[in-house]
Design a protein around this ligand. Sequence first.
Ligand code: AMP
Length: 508
Amino acid sequence: MNANLYSLLAAHFPGDPHAPCLILPDGRVWTYGDIERASARMANMIVALGLKPGDRLAAQVEKTPEALVLYLASLRAGTVFLPLNPAYQRQELEHFLQDATPGLFVCRPPMRALADELAAAAGVAQVLELDDAGRGSLIDAAAPHADEFATLPREKSDLAAILYTSGTTGRSKGAMLSHGNLAHNARTLHEYWHFQTGDVLLHMLPTFHVHGLFVACHCALLNGSAMFFEPKFDAARAMNLLPQSTVMMGVPTYYVRLLLDPGFTRDTCRRMRLFISGSAPLLRETFDEFKSRTGHTILERYGMTEGGMFTSNPYDGERRGGTVGFPLPGTAIRIVGAGGTPAKTGEVGGIQVKGENVFLGYWGMPEKTREEFTADGFFKTGDMGSWDTEYYITISGRSKDLVITGGLNVYPKEIEELIDALPGVAESAVIGLPHPDFGEAVTAVVVWQKNAEGKALSEDGIIAAVKDRLANFKVPKWVYLVDELPRNAMGKVQKNLLRQEYSARPSR
Ligand code: AMP
């Protein structure tokens, strides 16, 4: 059987080739027929350029229909797609090109000179351009080719993509994802979230990341659905498009921003069936406010580059705020407590996963890959979490963010939740900073709500407010008040940056 992911998706495209696939901000529509023909032309071009199945194809481009078509063409031609965040600069690009040695690098025109230089140094044979309006030498090169292409057969274990991890800790590693990995997750999510006839997806996520490219696009394509394909999140655009949509996927920040608009109401969401959140923790406060404002219960799920989605709150059952729900069908999860034994209910431990969706390993890093898998084939996610009595999972943070103070473990989330609940606090991030006595000192970086009435609490006030609710060793030794927390493109707080910045503060 042909396990090419494109063949699976295409088998579910609507019978009518005129059915809309992508609806653009200016009203232009790409039909499913357009997608098939454009991806065929581009796949023919990839083959004509001499790329063989298994060769890498890197793209550092903005989100456009042509960029999505490039991904689909890469699947069809059997090459391994490597999407790169357009924000990456010289040093990062150099690492990706040297590490993955793609046969073709597609860049944005302003990056051309740098791309040529780095490509020559890394032995990348070809560089083409795709601009932010979907034009460029890539499109010119594909234009003369036939608009039919027999999608190449692939095995489940053949690579479809390499996604570099967002690197909030240390150097970014290339996660190898196979056609089988992606297909398994796509099918599972499509079914678990009840994708159905008539669904329209509001797509505002970037497409260089697992969330926007795989989770969102695969669900819609597998459903033959239309997507409002927006270049980025914009609350005003979302307000316009939500009344015509049924499903939205977003990072928590999107929901926070929607709630800032007093015009965002039940009526805005009258056609909506499902709001999904992930990639970073959704604050309980956002979950609750969203429900009271719109009547919708956001469905929170959890996963990562190294395997797509692992858990989800249920579609039909109770969606529990502050939790990421249950293991998805086909994904085994265990939580390993101190000493390597299974964690008891409520006990925080390391989350490990196994399933057809879990990646094959890190590109060119067999040692690292071996370290990250257990002898019986579970991947150590690096996330800490716990089960409750009904098997809902709660994430407590990354193990690397664990604070060890005086030899005792402190899970940042426990402290963050207490601080977040204080009047006037918008959010907080708890980190460990080097301390001469304790090894690390619990430190809280706190953001006030924008329109909070008077900044009620001082740094010392925050410490005093949580003091009698926490064991002494968990009480922050230092508190910093800031206007905002540093976040990466997916809304994750970059604790590594906070650690760097505050370790260097001379004031302590
Ligand atoms: P990425 O590989 O960029 O998708 O990042 C994956 C990481 O994001 C996970 O390992 C988690 O630490 C975090 N993450 C994803 N979804 C959630 C969630 N719903 N709640 C808390 N953390 C999450």
